[in-house]
Design a protein around this ligand. Structure first.
Ligand code: ADE
Length: 249
């Protein structure tokens, strides 16, 4: 899969693509990337890329000329072109998974008040928001989007790691522990050092349900609940609700 990212500040993005798991995936040929500086496509001597908004209002808008020329240079027409904006469709795990099946994603980072609507109409297939808050730059949002997508591309991360994560199966991930088994006065739950795989699985599922109920009950309302999760919910409610007592387990 290829990520092509268009930005006025590509240096903000470069470190991410050159580090850690992403760098390894690029080295292994699973992913590639291209970072384009929109300012390279400005035609006046000051390399101007923004101007006032027609109709009035605070702030500046990115000019359609340089951005459109940059989109043409990367052959954006006919590709999946994402504009990251707080006014977009909310990103979630299912949406990230869908995008991870594309051969290429072209991502437009906005600055200032955003980009001219005509560029959206002409090139953009998806307007995506990473959350209900406003960032000062599209670059940080683009990195969140890229991070959520690239790790789902086949071969980048083991399938087992992915299937146990939060949101897979509609639940938040269960609590996890590493050595030492005793950390000050705090001990790892006994069941996790018992070696009893069925009990460990049941404990993890119950804790995942408990955590989801406490922090993200909306996921349980939206999701398709298995019979097992339904039974666990009844059990938790009989025990007195979601702020129950997993620490003593
Ligand atoms: N740009 C600024 N805020 C954003 C957000 N919440 N999501 C995506 N892009 C953004």
């Amino acid at each position: 899969m290829k990520f092509t990212v268009l930005s006025l500040f590509p240096e903000i993005l470069r470190g991410f693509f050159e580090s850690s798991i992403m760098a390894k995936a690029v080295e292994r040929g699973l992913l590639s990337y291209e970072l384009r500086d929109i300012r390279d496509f400005a035609t006046d001597k000051h390399h101007k890329c923004d101007d006032l908004v027609f109709g009035g209002g605070a702030g500046l808008l990115m000019l359609p000329g340089p951005l459109g020329a940059c989109l043409d240079a990367v052959g954006a027409k006919g590709k999946r072109v994402v504009y990251v904006t707080p006014g977009g469709r909310l990103l979630n795990q299912a949406y990230a998974r869908e995008l991870s099946r594309e051969e290429e994603l072209v991502i437009v980072c906005g600055r200032y008040e955003g980009i001219d609507q005509r560029v959206i109409d002409e090139y953009v297939t998806d307007e995506i928001s990473i959350g209900d808050y406003v960032l000062s730059s599209g670059e940080t949002a683009a990195l969140v989007l890229v991070d959520s997508v690239y790790r789902l591309v086949d071969g980048v991360i083991s399938g087992e790691s992915l299937s146990e994560e939060s949101f897979e199966g509609g639940l938040l991930e269960y609590p996890q522990y590493t050595r030492p088994a005793a950390y000050g006065t705090l001990r790892v739950p006994e069941v996790l050092v018992s070696g009893h795989h069925a009990n460990i699985r049941s404990w993890r599922l119950k804790e995942a349900v408990r955590k989801t109920l406490a922090l993200r009950p909306d996921l349980l309302a939206d999701g398709v609940l298995t019979d097992e999760v339904r039974r666990i919910l009844l059990e938790i409610s009989a025990e007195g609700g979601c702020d129950g007592h997993h620490k003593e387990d």
